[in-house]
Design a protein around this ligand. Structure first.
Ligand code: ZN
Length: 307
């Protein structure tokens, strides 16, 4: 059914209302990443299993970011010691504007062909899944997502319930060309009286097919899934691929490597060359650049995968 027109790249927030049109504590997000996904992947030739995993992680990062009322970055990072080394997805939210996403993967390239015969779960079985929130203001926060269950959606649902005590349901889909997803969340204020409503909307939401998730416009999808419910759909927020790398940030990274390491690379190669893993942009530093970087003593905010 990929001949159908995909929904435009956007994140849509919605909430359930009661019969008097008062908001209930059940809310949700829908996301469609078409060009955002294509552009994020265009610099990388990935085994399909990793491309699909990155798509699902991108959809999840947008859905979860949008539940947080903060400017900042949400990072989902999976590390493993087998054929798969690293998956990183970052979603930066600029409130009242939109979401910027980027993603990258590292794996043992001698095993590229073999990787296609593994499921994603087999590849990450002994790995580590970390979620990081790095708000523009305030301290970064890191949590460990247990690697259990059958899918990325299940891992994140379990994490949200156990570590954040927030009932969250996720549906994620990526066909290798676009990614999409839906989130439902029950705010802690939900009383016993409304427990039925949470169960009811979950049962309805669970009937969603990958094809509907990917191809239906938000209004159409919500009407089809929740025809008996009162759902209020908010204005869409745009999503786009955007890499936050810069010469200054790569410079910070070199400064953290330390003078000895930087000088030994310069002595060996004459230049320090760095390619951004996310967008493949090339940065090069000669001895003069490097001396400037090492001499400057700007305070560096420690952060994760910022280069
Ligand atoms: Zn970049």
């Amino acid at each position: 059914m990929s001949s159908m027109t995909n929904s435009p790249d956007a994140l849509n927030h919605f909430l359930f209302e009661d019969k008097l049109n008062h908001p209930t504590p059940i809310r949700g997000n829908l996301v469609h990443l078409n060009q955002t996904f294509t552009l994020a992947m265009q610099h990388q030739t990935l085994p399909n299993v990793l491309k699909i995993a990155l798509g699902e992680l991108m959809a999840a990062s947008a859905l979860l970011s949008a539940t947080l009322k903060m400017d900042g970055v949400l990072v989902l990072q999976l590390q493993s010691k087998g054929a798969l080394k690293l998956l990183v997805v970052e979603c930066s939210q600029v409130l009242n504007f939109g979401l910027h996403l980027r993603a990258t993967a590292k794996w043992d390239e001698t095993l590229t062909t073999e990787m296609e015969s593994f499921t994603f779960i087999e590849l990450v079985k002994h790995g580590q899944f970390v979620i990081t929130l790095d708000p523009q203001e305030g301290e970064p926060y890191q949590g460990i997502v247990p690697i259990e269950g059958e899918s990325i959606a299940q891992m994140l649902q379990n994490y949200m319930l156990r570590s954040q005590q927030i009932d969250t349901s996720l549906w994620l889909h990526c066909d290798g060309e676009s990614a999409s997803g839906m989130l439902l969340q029950k705010l802690p204020s939900l009383g016993e009286l409304d427990a039925d409503a949470w169960n009811r909307v979950n049962i309805l939401a669970d009937t969603v097919t990958d094809d509907e998730l990917q191809n239906l416009a938000p209004e159409t999808l919500l009407t089809r899934l929740f025809s008996e419910e009162d759902v209020r759909l908010f204005e869409a927020k745009p999503t786009q691929f955007r890499c936050s790398c810069s010469k200054a940030k790569v410079g910070n990274m070199l400064r953290m490597l330390g003078a000895d390491e930087v000088n030994s690379i310069l002595a060996e190669q004459g230049l320090i060359e760095v390619n951004c893993d996310f967008c493949n942009k090339h940065y090069s530093f000669d001895a003069v650049d490097a001396a400037q970087i090492l001499a400057s003593s700007d305070a560096i905010k420690p952060s994760v995968a910022k280069h």
